[in-house]
Every structure is written in C-alpha cells, then in structure tokens.
Ligand binder design. Sequence first.
Ligand SMILES: [Fe+2]
Length: 333
Amino acid sequence: MSSNTPAGVGVGLRRPHYDELLAAIEDDALLGARAPAWLEIIPENFVDRGGMQRAVLARCRERWPIVTHGVSASIGGPDPFDEDFIRGLKALVHGLDAPYFTEHLCYASVDGRTTFDLLPLPRTGEAVKHVAARARELAERIERPLALENISYYAVMPGSELSEGEFVTAVLEEADCGLMLDVNNVYVNAVNHRQDPSAALRALPLARTRQIHLAGHMRQGPRLLDHHGAPAVPEVWSLYREALELVGPAPTLIEWDTHIPPLATVLEEVQRAREIWDEVFSTQTRDPSAVATCDAAPARAEMSADEPARRRRGRGSRRSRGRRRAKPKAGVS
Ligand SMILES: [Fe+2]
C-alpha cells in the first residue's frame, strides 16, 4: 500500500474516470507527470458497498493516498448519528489508512429526513456548542482527526449572532478540529453576501487548515451557485494563491461533481494548481514543511492565531441520505 498522507494536488475519485485511473496504475506513462498525487472519495458511495466500487477503491489505494469527504453526517443537525453509517465510515477510513477525514460544517437531516443539501446553521453560541460536541464525538468514534469544511450558503439563518469567520473559528476551536478550506466556497459566499473575498478568507481559522478544495461555480441570476461543474474561475485561482501564502503547502483537491469532464480536463486544473503551488513555494524563504497543515494539533502548536497575518507581514509586499446518493449537485459544499 502506498503512503497514506495526501500531499500536493489530488482529484476526487469519480466513476467516469475509473478506467483511466486504473489504466494509469498499470502503466505510469499514461498520465506521467499529470497524474494526481492523491484521491478523495465521498464515503457515502462506498460504505457498505462491495463489488466493482470497492474493487476499484482497493486498486487505487495501492497507488494513491485516499481520504474521505463525507456529505451526510449532518454534524450540526439535531438527529443522532446514523449508527450503521458511522460504523461503516470508521471501517472505510481505517481500511484506507487515511490520516484524517472531512465533513461539512452544516446540517443535512431533520427528524430522520435527509434534505439532500448541506444547510447552514444558525451562527449562535448555542450552535457552536452543539456542533463542536458532535464534531468531537464523531472524531472520537472514527478514531481519526476530523476537518470541517466551510460550506457555501445562500441565506443567513435567523438568530445568527456571529459572522461566518467567527462561527467557523469558534466551532473549530471548541471542537479542536481542522479546517477543510474550500476556496471556491469562500469566493462564492463573498460575492453572494457582498464581502471582500480576501477578508472573508482571512477571517477563517487558517492555522487549522488541513486540506484545500478548489472547484467551479455557475452564475444564476445575481448569485453564484456552487455546483462543482466547471473550471475554477480566475478569481478563485487568485484566492487560492493567497490561501497557499497564508497557510503553507496544504494538500489541495480539484472537486468536480457535476458535468464531469474527461479526466484530462480535470488534470489541467491539477496542473494549474501545481504551477501556483510551485510559484508560491519557490519564492518563499521559509521551509514549507515547517508549516503544519496536516494535523490540527501540530498546526496550533506551530502557528498562533495571528500567525498567517504575521507571516505575510514578515514577507513584505509579496504577499441516500447521502449513503445512497452522490454529493449534492448544487447549492452547497
Ligand atoms: Fe468542497
């Protein structure tokens, strides 16, 4: 089995790409330098499944580190966790020897009914305590560190007292978990809610970043809709560069969930991310490996809360139920 730690730029393991990825395992030359460095899966598509899905997963794991990115735990919701799914998720994560797992900072079911969307929580102190306790419980039960993703949201829930940055920070600190930093979500939210994308990015607890997502969105009337069905836009690439400068070399994933193109198109995004990565870290004097991005606890130990800003100043001007369903096609993540 290969190393289990994601590093560099990876892609989501999606069914239309199975054949090409499996062929690349047999013949390295097919993808060559374009090959992804690691893979991410949506565990709901694999838990309690056998047959071809699991066979492909096992074969891919021989070649790549693989981590899971869940969509159905409803970590901020009122329902108890789905015991069968939690058991299956734990077995999957451990079977992959994944060093961590990720979920969304949201709720996705109420009274046992799945919404098929990743919905925003009311940003209150009460919600912080609730979701943080559930995040701790989930991490303990899976026996792996958890990172929560900043979701895209289209409305602020009534009663919200905190900004998104304040809420995400409070939850992650209370839960002592990592940040699954979705840069496209930061941009989509900033545009939709008339915020400055850079300020929105910096308001997040970046020192806890364990992994980064990049994806595309679409315009729908006056709003942007996060649909993971297009290449990332230039503004998101710029924000990604800024994020790398702030957090260091966090493993980065190209997310593509709708209108899935040929693998070659996804790998073009991989290559673009690598170019930015190389540009950022080839011009930094510090040792990139010294920046903790893979484990929330070391990240906190090595970076204070204002460390990202301090580092920038120091560098001068350069600055079904999801289990039976695929990832929601649009709206959030
Ligand atoms: Fe994401």
